[in-house]
Design a protein around this ligand. Sequence first.
Ligand code: GFB
Length: 318
Amino acid sequence: MSWDITGKRIWVAGHRGMVGGAVVRRLASEECEVITAGREVVDLTQQAQVRDWMAEVKPDAIVMAAAKVGGIMANSTHPVDFLLANLQIETNIVEAAHANDVDRFLFLGSSCIYPKMAPQPIPEDSLLTGPLEPTNEWYAIAKIAGIKLCQAYRKQYGRDWIAAMPTNLYGPGDNYDLTSSHVLPALLRKFHEAKESGAASVELWGSGTPLREFLHCDDLADALVFLLKEYSGYEHVNCGSGSEVTIRELAETIAEVVGYEAELVFDSTKPDGTPRKLMDSSTLHGLGWNDARSLKDGITQTYADWQQELKKKESMDV
Ligand code: GFB
């Protein structure tokens, strides 16, 4: 199938986030109209506001990059926030999308939807075949519900809505708060600050042995626009880079990019989470997309982007 994006009005829900921002950047090179709306315009956790806004704007398509997201610590310490807010956002949007006859809807989940001990690389059909990882089961359940909502609307109303499952993401616009962020931005910041202060060591959480797959958000955005145009199917589609590193190896790569060698100190009181979650992205590759940049290149570009952001903030603070 091919969905013609030309002239279409596409709402990027969550445009201020890392993924939403990447999708807006990617759509700039398409012949379409990009619609965005900040929280001050429509609070996506409020059903009435979403209904009214969608009835007024009537987008042709929605890329669902709005979510309550966070790293392992934020997820495991705020279960209500991650389950409730994400359920509210997705149910409000899909219900209003159906009421306003939105043609294409691309739901975004996460690789944490899969069982903790899923076969690796993780195929899409291992969903719901085993217990989830406890640190992020709340977010995972909300995202699984989103996949099921897309399938339910396809089954009951014939909606050509699809779902994509990204792996761990990083890139411009990421969250660098050390308690709520994901590991890659956290380590970039820790090594950057260690270099500035001359600290002898950098503290990491857990054992350093878990394996993680990473994808730059701009590569994800390119894959998402590809799927929006080319994919129509009941099953969700994994979107990964196909390569994984241990957290220790990630730290060593980040040390190299930042240009600062420090002793790695592992805090074993912090959780490791899922030991491994490399996804099988052969469905996506079979459809025709396989264009992820190398982790080293992605981290190098991300560090340069972040340093620019820091300089801009410093100049504004003066
Ligand atoms: O990226 P992260 O927070 O989330 O942690 P997950 C990945 C691994 O990095 C864990 C270790 O084993 C952490 O213990 N780690 C080491 C650190 N040092 C740090 C640090 O300073 N900060 C952080 N954050 N981690 C997330 C889910 O799981 O994956 C989300 O919680 C989402 O819901 C995301 O699904 C894709 O990769 O473990």
